[in-house]
Write a protein that binds this ligand. Sequence first.
Ligand SMILES: C[S@@+](CC[C@H](N)C(=O)[O-])C[C@H]1O[C@@H](n2cnc3c(N)ncnc32)[C@H](O)[C@@H]1O
Length: 282
Amino acid sequence: MLSYRHSFHAGNHADVLKHSILMYVLQYMNRKEKPYVYIDTHAGAGVYDVLGQQAQKTGEYLDGIARLLNQKQPTTDFLKPYTDLIASFNSGQNLHYYPGSPAIAQRLLRPSDRLILTELHGADAANLRDSLGRDRRVYISQEDGLKHLKAILPPPEKRAVVLIDPSYEIKTDYDLVIRAIQQAVQRFATGTYLLWYPVINRSATESFIAELVKCQIPDMWRLELCVEADNNDRGMTGSGMILINPPYSLAGDATESMAVLHQRLAQDMGQGGTILQRLTEE
Ligand SMILES: C[S@@+](CC[C@H](N)C(=O)[O-])C[C@H]1O[C@@H](n2cnc3c(N)ncnc32)[C@H](O)[C@@H]1O
């Protein structure tokens, strides 16, 4: 039984990190004419109403995307396409809708590219279909995203961006994700993989990263943004992305933006911090 609904969390600091990196990667893929496929294993509902009951109950977006959009200070070249895209889903400065990863990808992909989206929750799979509308490039299925991923790799395009963004509702999800990544890379070593993880308990996070490093997958990176100091009793204090085969320019281009994100999104007098780390060599 799935209880997680992303509508409570859409636009929070974790989405800001995840979606700004996703956009950077997709823009980089668009530089080459050759088509590619975008695979989103845990797609969510597509577009979220941040004025709706669920987002209003937590108000998480207020300490995430709203802080970035409301500030007058210029943002970085890395972040600007992301904030512009979020603004384009809204009118003026009034934040009403926040696009999730599938809706962001739908805007960025070209006519010859494809989107393959899996979402296990029935209501969110239906919302996803409604949000994305009729689009010949998009294939949506309601099933387990990690099993489906194994079945569709390698893709015929031989170019792919894979976003793995689980809700980690069950402890075993961490092991399942590691196994799925290993299998995916065995089948399709040249894909670009983006894996999101939460920081809830620092030692558990470091063990998870250590397990990933043990897989010896080449060219693996870690980008992490914590908006609060580590604290095992406060829930999610930050989150990170594991990137495999990212654009060569990402680390250099993201450095300043990670600091800017921390400066603007950190709670409690700038606690927390950022990590930008190469985990394995090419
Ligand atoms: C963090 S949310 C996804 C957010 C989305 N990727 C975004 O960035 O906008 C995780 C989603 O995974 C779904 N989910 C949970 N287990 C799943 C599974 N085994 N396969 C596919 N989807 C799953 C949940 O219902 C939830 O909508």
